[in-house]
Design a protein. Structure first.
Lengths: 654, 207
């Protein structure tokens, strides 16, 4: 049997400090027992605090044979992958700051930044105790007889999900499951990429032409690249029935993430981005990996970062990366320099061909081959029938750009709030000296943390979708006839859908559902202006060109984003949204009064004169919102118009 | 060194239509593409056909315009009745900037230019007034380019004409029409607004 690298940390399921069975003997070899997985469990750990005898055994286990092809090779890979997938840089000096009590579940920083009180390292033995022989044997037997990681997880589902990667406060923020699965991915990539070279006494291993004869050299001289691939849809379909690119893109992203040849490259996905890991020599594979996506004619903007295995860095936000061109590039679909024939009326990017009249004699459409295939699928039968009245387009997204900075901020806040059982506050090392929080944040390797974030986002989305349907139903919408799912995620939910409305304006209930679900799943993220979970709602006439909705919905700048044609867009953080809504719905603020205030604001370019007018008019209740949340009267007016929109300003053309 | 005439554009009502066929709603572009302003410059100011490669200009709109809609429709020639209501978007109270490449053909341009551009000119849309800023053309050093989001639409083949360093760092591609005769033309690959490029500061939103 081959090593199951995901099981290397199985000892952590005992909930204790020790986890790699430091003093355990090799279990009796019997049928079905996986010896290599045993090696991964026993010898993947770091050298710190080991006895000399144990150190010798570890070195023996990791010594490469002449062909460099035996179990030691795979032990290298599991150790390297473990370091790369850890939530904090390997051997971060601050990881002796203390431990959380026995039974502490992993901390979801986006839900709460408060944590249990820390136990000093010296008291950890007393607080954590040691596992009994029976407990150890039972767990080991299950692990070593498992045929695969999913099979093992089937028996330990909840425990694997809720056990933190470590009881150490620096690492207790990620789930053991995400950590182990990342280790599995990196392990398999290494196994497929590292070349063994024969040596006289012991062989060497080589990655991307860089040879290493010991693990330490490999960790510091081999590199890996984390790449974020942001998908941009350049097509500009005007008609709702032509929006097939969205489900196709979702399908293609899912195909990449689940294809056995590429799945190990995919760390995780967000709404329109894939996060990939590539090893040296695999750069040319990128186009192959992205092929199902590129074949749809979309543009892929890539931001990447290279690092060694001791401190894995993730790509920065796009804004920072583009200023350094060497870390940013774009993979384009085939776009001709010049097109002589008419352009495709749907995507406006390829040569169109006149097609058979579809709506009767005299109607000819010029459509390219790719868009024609989409058109023929006729996936959106409901949309095609909506000729009159308003339609609401809703997009919920987890924005990839800025996600790392967001979790780093949460992590910093969490570390700053930690305290010990004895009441002392602030993170301290084993000698009681304060730990540099900034350095801890710099040591964060957020891949596993982001995997956990995206997992919770899926749960959030499922809840949002379910509650949205109930809300629409209770508002009298026939969800079978008047809701069209543009995207359909594997669990049946949707993050882009359209609703046929009876009246203009964005239904209040839908916003309430979003606010409730966001506050339930991401309360700490929701408090922040850079919250990456966002909603965009765009309402317009059924015949309003789709690409105008999409122009607004594709980049959701803030948490709540509301749009209506010919009206001022409203982009607000959650707290601003609550303040704006409170003011807009107040009987004190009629529309003409808001117009007056917005005009004063526009003319003076500041809110001071607005404040003066509010005080003069005895409406100082609004001052708090203006000052604390920095909302503008134009936002309040904008919200009022969009949420209860009448027809837009209109003239008649002769 | 590249030199531009800088003009301030004002218009009461401007409708530069998005390229969209059929449909009952006609949205408008919220910038001034190369093809629109250059075509108008050639025909209305320089007096040459729009396909003649003389004179190059781009522009963009400043915030502050309002978006308005008009309902009308193609009329039946015999009855004068519109069979289908067509909603057209346009921009009112428009202010913007236009940059005309200074060369032998444009060196003597008037400080004040007035002409029509865009869609629905016969209905009174698109009358624009351009007032020159300064007596001398602006000089742009291509070495002094900055990184930012492009504010207009420019054919890729003309990037250097406007001091933009190809290739774009993060392109947003589309196609602009390039007339090649009085009756025909081709579609050329172009950078659209929002592309991240290294360009003269006057053509981009700073980052």
């Amino acid at each position: 049997m081959r090593m199951i690298p995901e099981l290397h940390d199985v000892g952590k399921l005992l909930g204790l400090k020790e986890h790699w069975f430091e003093d355990a003997d090799k279990p009796p070899v019997s049928e079905g027992i996986d010896e290599e997985t045993w090696l991964a469990i026993r010898y993947h750990g770091h050298e710190r605090n080991m006895s000399k005898a144990d150190q010798r055994m570890l070195n023996d286990a990791r010594r490469l044979d002449k062909q460099a092809s035996g179990p030691a090779r795979r032990l290298w890979f599991v150790s390297l992958a473990d370091g790369a997938a850890a939530s904090v840089r390997v051997l971060a000096s601050e990881d002796r700051a203390g431990l959380f009590p026995l039974g502490t579940q992993r901390l979801r920083l986006w839900r709460s930044l408060s944590a249990p009180k820390l136990i000093r390292p010296a008291e950890a033995e007393r607080a954590h105790g040691r596992p009994t022989a029976g407990e150890k044997t039972q767990l080991l037997t299950h692990a070593l007889s498992a045929k695969s990681w999913p099979q093992f997880c089937g028996s330990y589902e909840k425990l694997v999900n809720e056990t933190p990667e470590d009881k150490n406060p620096l690492r207790a923020v990620t789930s053991l499951r995400s950590h182990c699965e990342l280790v599995g991915k990196v392990y398999r990539l290494l196994d497929g990429s590292v070349a063994s070279q024969v040596g006289k006494e012991s062989g060497t291993l080589s990655l991307g032409g860089v040879r290493a004869n010991n693990l330490k050299t490999a960790a510091s001289s081999w590199s890996l690249c984390i790449l974020r691939a942001d998908v941009d849809i350049p097509q500009r379909p005007a008609h709702a029935r032509d929006v097939g690119i969205f489900p196709d893109l979702l399908e293609a992203m899912s195909a990449v993430a689940t294809d056995p040849s590429y799945a190990h490259h995919v760390l995780f996905t967000t709404s329109d981005a894939l996060w990939l890991v590539l090893l040296p020599g695999q750069e040319n594979r990128l186009e192959e990996i992205l092929r199902p996506i590129l074949d749809l004619g979309v543009v892929v903007n890539c931001t990447w970062r290279k690092s060694d295995f001791t401190n894995v860095r993730l790509p920065e936000s796009e804004e920072r990366a583009v200023s350094d061109r060497s870390h940013h590039f774009t993979v384009l679909p085939r776009l001709e320099e010049k097109i002589e024939a008419p352009l495709c009326e749907i995507c406006q990017l390829r040569e169109g061909k006149p097609r058979e009249p579809e709506y009767g004699p005299g109607v000819v459409e010029v459509i390219c081959d790719a868009c024609y295939v989409q058109r023929e699928k006729e996936r959106f039968s409901k949309l095609g029938k909506w000729d009159e009245g308003p339609v609401l387009w809703c997009r919920v997204a987890l924005e990839a750009d800025g996600l790392i900075e967001h979790v780093q901020t949460l992590y910093k806040k969490y570390l700053e709030g930690l305290c010990y059982e004895d009441g002392s506050r602030g993170l301290q090392d084993d000698k009681g000296n304060p730990v540099d929080i900034g350095r801890c944040v710099a040591d964060l390797q957020p891949a596993a943390l982001l995997v956990d974030y995206t997992e919770d986002y899926k749960h959030f989305l499922a809840k949002f979708w379910c509650r949205t349907l109930s809300e629409l139903e209770s508002a009298g919408v026939n969800v079978n006839q008047e809701v069209e799912q543009i995207t359909r995620l594997p669990d049946g939910t949707s993050d882009l859908f359209a609703v046929k409305l009876d009246i203009e304006g964005i239904p209040d209930g839908l916003l309430d559902v979003f606010v409730d679900c966001l506050t339930e799943w991401f309360p700490e993220s929701a408090k922040r202006a850079d919250c990456p979970v966002r909603v965009g709602l765009s309402v317009g006439h059924a015949k309003h060109p789709f690409f105008l909705h999409w122009d607004r919905l594709k980049e959701l700048g803030r948490t709540v984003n509301l749009f209506s044609p010919a009206r001022r867009p409203v982009n607000l953080s959650l707290s601003q949204f609550k303040a704006v809504r409170g003011l807009a719905e107040s009987s004190e603020f009629g529309r003409s009064y808001l117009h007056d205030l917005a005009e004063i604001e526009r003319r003076t370019g500041s809110s001071i004169m607005v404040e003066v007018k509010l005080i003069d008019d005895g409406k100082s209740r609004a001052l708090e919102a203006l000052r604390n949340e920095r909302v503008s009267m134009a936002d309040v007016l904008g919200y009022q118009s969009v949420a209860s929109a009448g027809p837009p300003k209109e003239g008649v053309m002769g | 060194m590249i030199r531009f005439w800088e003009y301030e554009l004002t218009s009461d009502l401007l409708c530069i239509g998005e390229r969209i066929k059929k449909g009952l709603v006609r949205p408008c572009v919220k910038t001034i593409p190369y093809s629109t302003i250059t075509g108008a410059l050639r025909q209305e100011v320089l007096g040459v056909p729009s396909w003649q490669q003389v004179g190059h200009a781009v522009g963009f709109l400043e915030e502050g315009y309002s978006e308005v809609t008009f309902v009308g429709g193609p009329q039946d020639a015999a009855t004068g009745v519109s069979k289908l209501p067509l909603t057209v978007f346009a921009l009112a109270n428009v202010r913007g900037k236009v940059f005309i490449v200074y060369d032998e053909h444009t060196k003597d341009l008037d400080p004040k230019l007035q002409f029509s551009m865009g869609a629905l000119k016969s209905k009174g849309f698109g009358r624009v007034c351009l007032r020159r800023v300064g007596e001398r053309p602006i000089e742009v050093d291509p070495d002094g380019c900055v990184l930012g989001r492009l504010r207009t639409r420019i054919p890729e083949s003309l990037l250097l004409t406007f001091g933009i360093t190809p290739p774009a760092i993060k392109p947003v591609y589309g196609y602009l029409f390039k007339p090649t005769s009085d009756t025909g033309g081709v579609w050329v690959r172009s950078l659209f607004q929002g592309s991240i490029v290294r360009a003269p500061a006057l053509l981009v939103d700073g980052r």
